[in-house]
Write a protein that binds this ligand. Structure first.
Ligand code: ATP
Ligand code: MG
Length: 559
């Protein structure tokens, strides 16, 4: 149950419960997550992972991890490793149930022989293009292949010779013999095997024929004793073939395929192929670029696995495709980070402030909370001295009425410290740029209070110049300018040229200097940040995970 009291799993959970009640699979629930190792996992996959692993667990069942490695030309071990790591990072485990469709190549071959013997499969000499031509369209039936009526013996002979490598790539296929006039194009004699002389990352050169996904998937499910084969909606049209294949091969207790809606997010591409293009053509720094919606990218950006799982739970399992507002994911993230991120003061664009009436050489420490949401996080001491840095945009020389921060002659509260008043603005004589402010402080205002109770509207953060370190901070925006990255047909044209801003002259408070890669913080007024792996011994690099402004909460409050 989620917090709204809705059962996770929706209509799929209902089907599972019915199957348990009717003892259809002897009470068993066995699912699988079947990634193709042709890229890194993205946020869309996390929905499938949560459903596959989550529903098995919720029903006392098991979930396998199975690599659908039937297409050696696009697959790679690099992806296998990363996919496993990313699933574990999300918080799921397949224990000892790691499988590969390629482990079943022998069995799949045997099943193909059975189909041929039953007169339900034939070797076809049409080229890929001819097969397409013969297939017909949504409105027109297809035509039978001229090779459709080959004898069983001839088919057995040719298929065996395909396996032995007697024919060139693409010259022949094995096809199911179903119905070229079927209203469902998938059922118009789908291809089961193609000739492809590409070494496989697991089977090497053993095979030069490879099964298609449509053929391998139902049989892999059957071989593993899967009960509920959960997949996304685009496979709905393939279900009749899934059922046909298991039926003609007389698989006992055949698994059932159930489709659910994909997870789509605004401003986000969820297609491995397209993400690969971004990486290969250098639009991002890699699969783990913090702007990428890959689990790698989100992790480097500072997303927590918990926030991603929460999103998947709240989005739920539906049968109709929809697009989720990216702000909703950020909302789930802030909720989680708010509870666990330690607070810190960091100045992103520093402006030096000299407090002229503060004794030179004096250092005071102010006690401040590490996380107001979590008293057990304790407090820390923040040093204060005569020279500090504040944010450049917390000062305006000529402020509008509603500007409550620092301006000539105005007073502002330094978070956890004193009130200061700006007395003088120092500029670079040649450029006119403001290089320093000279301020006075009120010694009575220690800890941000004054005995006379006078009101100061603005509170700003700061760091002591001598007690801070330089750091780099990377700020991000959506990778795409349009809610639908494919708007207009070309996602490259919609890339946001300002999706990354690098600030190299930031000042972090002393307590942060010890942070390690992956540590998360809330920088006061700036958002949540995480230490990036690009950090070195003497210079930390932070990624902004998300800003503080919760646009989703606003939408929710209004409705
Ligand atoms: P892509 O289009 O990104 O390559 P895919 O579907 O080809 O995705 P697979 O590796 O075949 O990628 O997917 C593994 C599983 O994840 C499949 O069951 C697929 O249905 C599911 N999946 C992929 N994308 C999404 C998504 N956006 N939302 C939910 N499930 C998804
Ligand atoms: Mg796929």
């Amino acid at each position: 149950m989620n917090e709204e009291g809705i059962k996770f799993g929706g209509f799929i959970q209902d089907i599972i419960e019915e199957d348990i009640a009717s003892n259809r699979y002897g009470g068993r629930v066995h699912t699988r997550f079947p990634p193709e190792p042709n890229g890194y996992l993205h946020i869309g996959h996390s929905k499938a992972i949560c459903i596959d692993f989550g529903l098995a667990e919720a029903n006392g069942g098991l979930c396998n991890l199975r690599f659908d490695d039937t297409n050696p030309s696009t697959e790679d071990v690099e992806y296998v490793e990363s996919i496993m790591e990313d699933i574990r990072w999300l918080g799921f485990d397949w224990d000892d149930r790691l499988y590969y469709a390629s482990d079943y190549f022998d069995q799949l071959y045997e099943y193909a022989l059975q189909l041929i013997r039953k007169g339900l499969a034939y070797v076809c000499d049409l080229s890929a293009e001819e097969i397409r031509e013969y297939r017909g369209t949504l409105t027109e039936p297809g035509r039978n292949s001229p090779y459709r009526d080959r004898s069983v013996d001839e088919n057995l002979d040719l298929f065996e010779r395909m396996r032995k490598g007697e024919f060139p790539d693409g010259s022949r296929t094995l096809r199911a013999k179903i119905d070229m006039a079927s209203p469902n194009i998938v059922m118009r004699d789908p291809v089961l095997y193609r000739i492809l002389r590409v070494p496989h990352h697991r089977t090497g050169d053993k095979w030069c024929i490879y099964p298609t996904y449509d053929y391998a998937h139902p049989l892999s499910d059957a071989i593993e004793g899967i009960t509920h084969s959960l997949c996304t909606l685009e496979f709905e049209e393939h279900r009749p073939f899934y059922d046909w294949l298991l039926e003609v091969l007389e698989i006992p207790q055949p698994p059932k395929q159930i489709e659910f809606a994909r997870l789509n997010l605004t401003y986000t591409l969820t297609s491995k192929r397209r993400l690969r293009r971004l990486v290969e053509d250098g639009y991002v720094s890699g699969w783990d670029d913090p702007r990428m919606p890959t689990l790698r990218g989100l992790r480097r950006r500072g997303y927590t696995p918990e926030s991603i799982r929460t999103l998947c739970e709240r989005v739920g399992v539906a049968k109709a495709n929809s697009v989720v507002d990216y702000a909703f994911l950020e909302h789930c993230l802030r909720e989680d980070l708010n509870k666990r991120a330690l607070r810190a003061m960091v100045v992103l664009r520093p402006l030096k402030v000299v407090i002229t009436n503060y004794p030179e050489g004096q250092v005071e420490e102010f006690e401040t909370e590490n996380n107001p949401e979590d008293p057990s996080a304790g407090t820390r001491k923040v040093p204060f001295s005569r020279e500090i840095y504040i944010e450049r945009d917390d000062f305006m020389e000529d402020p509008p009425k509603k500007f409550f921060r620092l301006a000539p002659g105005r007073e502002v509260r330094l978070k956890s410290a004193y009130y200061i008043t700006c007395q003088e603005v120092v500029k670079d004589p040649s450029t006119g740029e403001i290089v320093e402010l000279r301020c006075t402080y009120d010694p009575e205002s220690r800890g941000g209070m004054t005995p006379d109770g006078r009101r100061v509207r603005g509170t700003i953060h700061w760091v002591s110049a001598a007690h801070s370190h330089k750091a780099e901070v990377r700020l991000y925006d959506h990778l795409f300018l349009t809610e639908d990255p494919e708007e207009g047909g070309d996602f490259i044209a919609n890339l946001n040229p300002n999706s990354l801003e690098v600030l190299t002259d930031c000042r972090i408070e002393l307590a942060l200097a010890e942070a390690s890669v992956g540590d998360r913080f809330q920088f006061l007024r700036h958002g949540y940040f995480v230490v990036d792996p690009d950090s070195t011994e003497d210079r930390l690099v932070f990624n902004r995970t998300v800003s503080l402004r919760d646009t989703w909460q606003k939408i929710k409050d209004k409705s």
